[in-house]
Design a protein around this ligand. Sequence first.
Ligand code: 6GU
Length: 263
Amino acid sequence: MRFDVVSIFPEYLAALELSLIGKARQDGLLQVGVHDLRDFTTDKHRTVDDTPYGGGAGMVMKPEPWATALAAMLDTEAPAAKRPVLIVPSPAGEVFNQKLAYELAEEDHLVFACGRYEGIDERVLEWAEEHYTVRPVSLGDYVLNGGEVAVLAMVEAIGRLVPGVVGNPESLIEESHSDGLLEYPVYTKPSSWRERDIPEVLLSGNHAKIAKFRRDEQLRRTAARRPDLIAALDGATLSKAERNTLWELGYAVVDGKVAKRTD
Ligand code: 6GU
């Protein structure tokens, strides 16, 4: 899989040389190109922004350097590859989540257009629709100064789902959000630390009981921290044991939906 990132701060993306993603690049599992938007300008000052039409605060990124850069990214395509996806990090985009990460991990080529200032001239996105599947994507409901930090998060979340990037694929199955629930708590040695003992069941060697304990902890945690995820569960896929635990947590399954109990 290939990632290309266009930014006026390419140094921000140096972190993609480290750790798991850096190793996957060395191993040839991921290709990552980082490009300076200013290299696609033609004026002496390498200008990338200008004042907004209609007035208002801040600056807007000029269309021509972006179109030139995004056209150049198409040249990195392997022949007969499918249409690349252009991800435009923006607090005005659809919210990034694990489902979208899985979806994007199936692609051959992702190009990230890191805007700064008040954003990129809207016509660039319209023009790009002719060559790319364009997806404005947000990390969540807060504002960053530019797309670079969001790209670090997205490349890591997507790249680790590419087969071979994470050494033990089982660790992808048991993690938070893989089944719509948060991860269960984990413990390591010593079993007693500063007068705190780990839950006894984990020392029992009873794998069925441990699995039940962990599932209950997932449900308990998710109900406490992310009730929105509980409400999104499909009641039809829940086991009897899971329904019982949800009942104890104050929920009931009604018409295939999980809802707060009112009795
Ligand atoms: Cl993807 N970009 C920017 N600039 N701000 C954000 C964001 C993205 N997601 C949340 N805030």
